[in-house]
Each structure stands twice: as C-alpha cells, then as structure tokens.
Design a protein around this ligand. Structure first.
Ligand code: GGG
Length: 299
C-alpha cells in the first residue's frame, strides 16, 4: 500500500482530555503528522478566544481531527461545548455521529447537526425555549448512512424518536425514514419510542443492531449504552461527513471519546484512556479508506 503523510489536528481540550489524548497519540503510525491546537478552557480564560479563523483553517486543511474533551467548571455551561465542539460539527458539516458499542453489539447513528442542539431558542427571566430544528435534508442523509451501514452488516435497523409526543419533528422523521427505507428492502426496520428504547437497551439489548436517532436522543441513549458495555471510559465516537463529493473540507471527521472532561479526576492519573485510543483507531481506519490526494478545488 502507498503510504503518504496524513495531517491530523489534535485538540486535547479540557480536564482529562490532554492525558487520554497523550496515550492515544502512541497509536498513530509514523506517517501521521500532528498539529496540536490549544483550544479549550485555559485559552478561553486567559484570552477570551474559543475557535479562531486560523484554527479552523488548520483543521479544514488536515485529514482528520483527534479531539479529547471539552468543558470546565470555571466557564459557564455551553460556552465551550457550543463554541468549540458543536461549532466544529457545524463548520465541517459532520452530520453523522457514529457511536459503536462492540461489547453490546449495538451501533448508534446519531444525527449530529440539528434537533435541540441547533442553538435556536430564547431566554427571558422566567421563561425559556429550546427549539428543535429538523430538516428533510439532514434527516435523509443521516438515515441513508444508517441504512447503508445496516445493509453492509446484514443488520437490523431500529429508528428511535418520541413520535407520540413530539408530533411535528416525529412525523417528519417518520416520513423520511419510511421513504429512505424503500431503497433498502434488504434491511429489516423497526421503530421504538426513546423511553422504551432506554428500557429495552437495558433489558433486551440483543434486539438492537444499528440504531438511528436524533441528536438529543442519540446523546442520551449512547451514554446509556456506554454504561451497559464497560463504561464511558471505553466508548469512542466518530463525527463524520461520509461522502467525499459533498464534504466541505479535506477533513474526513472528528474522532473523540464519548466522555466529557471529568474535571473532578483530571490530573490524578485515574482517567481511562481506552475511549481515546479507540477514537484514534477509528480515525486510522477511516483514513485507510480515503484517497490519499483529494483533488476537488478548495481542499
Ligand atoms: N469528548 C466529548 C466531549 O467533550 N463531550 C462534551 C459534551 O458535552 N458533548 C456534547 C455532545 O457530544 O453533543
């Protein structure tokens, strides 16, 4: 195989992020070049900077991002999470959040750009709204990825929502999933409400292979799955824009442990680096499938 240099942006981030990423870096083959970016709480607290244009230029020009964790008790909730991680997912249009749990035999495909994570809402002194944005385009491309994954693995696909209560978003999801399913007659499909899915993941996990769901349900249920399969210390995820043809930058994706920054144990040598190591392995595997030179203009 032709070995050519791969450029990786490494964002260790906050809390236990740097210590687990240090271990994960040992996984990288010699032909991986690393550009470390100081993005996170320390820089924000000393300079007010979150993600600068130069950071984004570096990331867009790299083949992939290896990310640690974000979040710090000294910074108000949401500033770092929205300003760094959610912004990167949006800027790079990483619309699939792939969370495999091999010990449980379940893989989550979480829509990664919309739902209540889209940042739309209002806050008044005594009232607040958090709007869940759901578009046909975003649901369809994510659903298509989940069906393709299930078709490749001969797997069952369960899609999860809360259509009996969240009727607006639920009916659009339902319509789009049904439409996409027409192109995959070989994939057996079922539906579960999110609350029932939580129960069944604990009681009968063997019912699930590939799970397709929205941003919020995916975030919650995948932590549940992590708890059932060895803990958050071993759960890794890939944020992907799978098709080369529409990818807005060279970057194939952002690979990270599912866990957060765990500031209570940072620097104590207690953090389990398994998830970060698995994230690095997912990144290497994704890059092994990528063409080495990407010719589309602007990349
Ligand atoms: N390594 C993942 C991380 O730092 N997670 C912090 C977090 O709050 N993530 C929200 C999300 O994954 O949507």
């Amino acid at each position: 195989m032709d070995i050519t240099t791969r450029r990786i942006s490494v964002l260790p981030g906050d809390g236990i992020g740097p210590e687990v990423i240090n271990v994960a870096l040992d996984e990288l083959p010699d032909h991986f070049e690393i550009e470390a970016l100081d993005v996170g709480a320390e820089r924000y607290l000393s300079t007010g900077k979150l993600l600068e244009d130069e950071d984004l230029d570096t990331i867009r020009g790299s083949d992939a991002v290896l990310f640690g964790a974000i979040g710090d008790p000294r910074v108000p909730d949401g500033v770092l999470e929205r300003g760094v991680l959610l912004r990167l997912r949006k800027e790079l249009d990483l619309y699939v959040n792939l969370r495999p749990f091999p010990e449980l035999g379940v893989t989550f495909v979480r829509e990664n750009t919309e739902g209540p994570y889209s940042g739309v809402g209002t806050r008044e002194p005594d009232a607040a709204t958090e709007t869940s944005v759901n578009t046909r385009t975003a649901i369809e491309r994510c659903a298509r990825y989940a069906f393709e994954l299930a078709a490749r693995g001969g797997s069952h696909l369960t899609w999860v929502h809360k259509t009996n209560v969240l009727v607006h978003a639920g009916s659009l999801w339902s319509e789009v999933v049904r439409e996409v399913s027409q192109d995959f007659p070989e994939v057996s499909l079922s539906y579960q409400h999110a609350d029932a899915a939580a129960y069944l993941l604990v009681m009968e996990p063997e019912r699930f292979d590939v799970v397709l769901t929205d941003n919020l349900f995916g975030d919650l249920l995948s932590d549940l799955a992590a708890g059932l399969s060895g803990g958050l210390g071993s759960a890794a995820s890939a944020n992907l824009h799978p098709e080369l043809a529409t990818r807005p930058s060279r970057c194939v994706g952002l690979f990270e442990p599912v866990h957060g920054s765990a500031p209570d144990i940072a620097g104590m040598g207690r953090a389990d680096p398994t998830a970060a190591v698995r994230a690095a392995q997912m990144m290497i595997a994704a890059l092994d499938k990528e063409p080495v030179t990407i010719s589309r203009e602007g990349r």
